[in-house]
Design a protein around this ligand. Sequence first.
Ligand code: KIV
Ligand code: ZN
Length: 406
Amino acid sequence: MFNDPAEINDVGVVHYPDLDNHVRIFDTTLRDGEQSAGASLHPYEKLQIAKNLEKLRVDIIEAGFPASSEQDFNSVREIAATIEYSTIAGLARCKQSDIQAVWDAVKVAKKPRIHTFIATSDIHIEAKFNKTREEVLNMAVEHVRFAKSLCEDIEFSAEDAGRTDPEYLYAVLEAVINAGATTVNIPDTVGYTLPNEFGRLIYNIRHRVPNINQAVIATHCHNDLGLAVANSLMGVMNGARQVECTINGIGERAGNAAMEEIVMGLHVRRDVMQGIHTTVNPLYFYETSRMVSEMTSIAVQPNKAIVGRNAFAHESGIHQDGFLKSSQTYEIMEPEMVGVAATDLPLGPRSGRAALRMRLKALGYDLNGEQLQALFPIFKRVADEKKRVENDDLQSIHAEWLSLKV
Ligand code: KIV
Ligand code: ZN
């Protein structure tokens, strides 16, 4: 049985002395992400995205669901043959033919993984399968064993774990670890749990599953209540060391936890994370976000954290003035870190003199205080009319101010 943790800090991060602090990032953009309504990807596009995920130094790429179609099988195999750094996983139901299809597709990879899953909540066991808990547990064990006969690296997911009876979940996890699972995934499939509840579930798994130190605990949180990232972080804070996520948070229904938010959350708040970290290189987040958005035709909302158009834009006069005095007044990370070229100071009706002066100067118009004062009402009028003042508007504003002087 797992020993009690040595330390829980003020923000609730549990320090387990015998657990490594590397959080593995498992990207499922190409599988769960592609399950977003209307987001089908061509195999060529999947390969391009996989190459970017490798550039990001993602630990595991779930490349697809090989048994779902011949095209997906071929696409997973092509990714497995191309990617060298990341482990390549494919998804399988607890069905021998699915598991064999994953193995046939991923075995060429430098680091292959079989990911098999079965639902463990009563609502799924009864309504979907019309089976008993015992039958489901036996199916899980039998198929993990079969997968293990093919591949060393086996992940088992207890679908709908968030709504599964915890005692039954512990029993299933113990049994599949004994059968050879090296990662046990705890999906909050319908995004139902609250952060403290999900964190507590991971904590209890660490303490109640006797052989848990033979496997990595993973989180797989959906965003139906907008809590996927918060729940994933709570999972990590309580002992999970793999997080399943997607670029831009795309995925079934309201999506999955967004990778860029998890990685930057752990990095920006490393002051309280007790050494818990990822090895993802955030420099390629913006580029990969745009690529995924274009290829899936799923737009990124402007206020999306990290990669949204407004994530590093300050429009109000007070914020622009503060930012120009010290960027740390209104920014908790530098945009360059995630591949965004620079902070944007858009000019609009609420902008002030500081940002206006800076933008005019960049255009070659170096105005003193008195001159700026005289030009400002013209700027305000145009900003109220147009809502956003661009460089060519600034040139006209400057010309109008000059004409007033003569
Ligand atoms: O949400 C879920 O439960 C899944 C599993 C297949 C891992 O995507
Ligand atoms: Zn999912």
